[in-house]
Design a protein around this ligand. Structure first.
Ligand code: 5CA
Length: 456
């Protein structure tokens, strides 16, 4: 299998894990993803819109972060890390310190200096750029980080979906010309679609409003879901467009533009930019009004920050030129909620293979039976040796309780091991998504599951 893991595989026995599942459905959680994340012991609320990530939730968050990271690097973007706390002075330079309003958490340090917990990083990255880059020869450049943000939302709700503290990937492109910056915009659009598809999500780019970030060109990426906070209007045919396994050359300007056009030509807008006259031109049987979850947004805003902050490079003519910029964000922690909204049933979560916290669950129907214990141990070791992470339910619990836990936490594959099957030399492999089971030898079960992940 392609092992992109930055960490070692972590096979786990449930008896030693920390998985505080809740028996009751939390009454204050209004949407499925919030309820399921609490019930599956993934998060714990510490204050309004502020969560601890418990081991299972943390593992999924890391998986999502890894996919985002890989796709950014595939597109040629360079990772770094900026702090969560920022000096207010940088924001005074851009004029946003006063403009940003009550969503900004303002802090004063012991010396009386104004600080803030970053809601986004345009100013700071522009400061880094102006301090270290001086020539057009160093362009194009796109820097990004995956870092916690704080926005003092009036109504934090729906769990990680609208948090106050949340994890975002934010990237910033620096280019000599508007044309180059628009290539960066298209490159981000393509890489985002690829990122979401790897997580089993269809996120439709829709023309949107730029809000406090600024600029004229902006698209939001929306996952259709009844519980989504945005109202969206689109041509039904947009949902047929997929990137799939296409090999994209991110340096190829025409290729990226063609993909951008393919995904953004049909009508698809959020309520902020919805235009009834334009929408009326879509054939009536294809007009759709729905709700969506915004899992990302890209912006081109030209010299909005580079001008006031003096981020210039020496152009080919030797003259200082302000750089053209854009910023590009993915709601990393929100994505957990979006994935669950898109993929669950009445029994619990159904993780897509790309982000699942464990690759496979092993359920021992008769803990303490030598043969069953031995077969489970052997499966566990085989998966671990392949770099896969099984979660082995080795507790002395009833079968029903074990199945309920596995269904709730949503591992896409389950292997059930019991004395009866073992007499015939078989275990049962069950798909969480379809509920279908198949009997096979333990060796074939390992091979089947290993193949599924190798094909991702
Ligand atoms: N600087 C730009 C792009 S880097 C920016 O901040 N864009 S943003 O405001 O659109 O945020 C990027 C993404 O973060 C959003 O698309 C959304 O998915 C996520 N996000 C924004 N606010 C929250 C929140 N309160 N809770 C969870 N995720 C959020």
């Amino acid at each position: 299998m392609k092992n992109h893991n930055f960490h070692e595989a972590l096979p786990m026995r449930l008896s030693r894990y920390f998985l505080p599942v809740l028996k009751e459905t939390p009454s204050d959680a209004q949407i499925a993803s919030h309820r399921l994340m609490l019930r599956a012991g993934m998060i714990r609320q510490q204050a309004a819109g502020i969560y601890s990530w418990l081991p299972l939730g943390w593992k999924v968050l890391k998986n999502i972060e890894r996919i985002v990271d890989e796709e950014q690097q595939r597109a040629g973007h360079i990772p770094l890390l900026m702090p969560t706390l920022q000096p207010a002075d940088l924001w005074r330079e851009s004029g946003r310190y006063d403009d940003y309003g009550d969503e900004m958490l303002r802090i004063t340090d012991r010396h009386g200096r104004d600080m803030l917990y970053g809601p986004t990083n345009e100013e700071m990255i522009t400061d880094i750029f102006r301090g270290h880059v001086g020539s057009y020869k160093d362009l194009p450049l796109t820097l990004y980080h995956i870092q916690w943000k704080f926005r003092d939302e009036v109504r934090p709700r729906f769990g990680v979906m609208r948090g106050r503290e949340f994890l975002m990937k934010d990237g910033y492109n620096f280019d000599l010309t508007k044309e180059d910056a628009l290539h960066a915009y298209n490159r981000h659009l393509v890489s985002y679609i690829r990122t979401y598809e790897r997580m089993g999500l269809q996120a439709i780019p829709m023309r949107a409003d730029s809000g406090p970030i600024g600029g004229d060109d902006t698209h939001e990426f929306l996952v259709l879901a009844e519980t989504g906070e945005s109202e969206v209007f689109y041509d039904a045919n947009v949902t047929d467009i997929k990137l799939g396994q296409r090999d994209i050359d991110y340096d190829n300007v025409d290729e990226c533009r063609a993909v951008m056009e393919e995904f953004t030509t049909l009508y698809a807008r959020t309520d902020e930019t919805h235009d009834a006259d334009e929408f009326a031109k879509v054939p009536a049987d294809r007009q759709r009004t729905a709700r969506g979850i915004e899992v990302g947004q890209i912006f081109y805003f030209g010299t909005k920050y580079s001008d006031p902050m003096g981020a210039t490079v020496q152009g080919p003519d030797g003259k200082p030129t302000p750089v053209h910029m854009g910023s590009h964000g993915i709601g990393v922690s929100r994505l957990l909620g979006a994935i669950i909204e898109a993929s669950h049933d009445e029994n619990g979560i159904i993780w897509p293979e790309g982000v699942t916290p464990f690759h496979v669950g092993i359920v021992n129907l008769k803990q303490g039976d030598d043969e069953a214990d031995g077969a489970c141990d052997a499966l566990y070791k085989s998966f671990a040796a392949l770099g896969l992470e099984p979660l082995y339910d080795d507790r002395k619990e009833r079968a029903g309780a074990k199945f309920a836990t596995m269904d709730l936490i949503g591992l896409p594959w389950r292997i059930t091991v019991g004395p009866r099957g073992l007499k015939n030399g078989v275990v049962e492999v069950t798909s969480r998504r379809t509920g279908e089971s198949e009997e096979m030898t333990p060796e074939l079960a390992v091979a089947k599951i290993a193949q599924i992940y190798a094909d991702l």
